[in-house]
Design a protein around this ligand. Sequence first.
Ligand code: ADP
Ligand code: MG
Length: 246
Amino acid sequence: MTEDTIIELKGLTKKFGDNIVLDHIDAKINRSEVITLIGPSGTGKSTLIRNLNMLDVPTSGSVLFQNQDLTKLKDKQLDAVREKMGMVFQSFNLFPHLSVERNITLAPTKLGLWSESEARDKALALLEKVGLAEKIAAFPKSLSGGQAQRVAIARALAMNPDVMLFDEPTSALDPEMVGEVLKVMQALAADGMTMVVVTHEMGFAKNVADRVWFLDQGKIAEDAKPDQFFSHPQNPRAQEFLSKLL
Ligand code: ADP
Ligand code: MG
């Protein structure tokens, strides 16, 4: 692992029964890099992202995060690591019975990262970052999908993560709300956040990602800079995948 490497996959393998979803993947992610994971449905994009923070436990191989092999850690130690890896899903998973403020402050105050007296200001600062300061007292059901997803991002950022993992963060949104979420993600990337993003938003991959990973048959079949990937894909299945996009 070089100084710049934040995540390293060594022989990462994940099987569900006989189904080999990830097949001896070796890869490195550098600090502040933005990786987009692209590929047809069922190629293992969610599985890969879930193996990065041990939400799914690898069948074999290892995941090194900041030089720690996560596959060797006990549950308690893993909890601490997961705090450093924020995760945002397709469904926003906000707590419906809690205000936006409490959704954001709950974990950092419980874990002692924030005192109760400073929590509101900290939540407000994060909400300003995602353009939603005026929603601090709102409840999730009053938010649009795009707003809810931006709150979910703010909530993940509250833990001061070193990496943010996104699994199709805009797939459940009405088209007119996709842009506001991607804009927040683009700003995070510009701030230097390390990000792994499963997405079908090719514009985001082209304009924001440092590298594209195209998954096929359990492997990262292509690992390329977006310019290269979108203009001259090498892998035949990547070529086919791209040819089907508008
Ligand atoms: P993608 O996110 O690229 O659409 P997934 O990672 O969700 O793909 O799924 C990859 C493969 O792994 C699929 O064949 C899927 O059926 C299988 N799979 C995913 N999760 C499970 C699970 N919990 N149990 C059994 N099979 C699973
Ligand atoms: Mg998926």
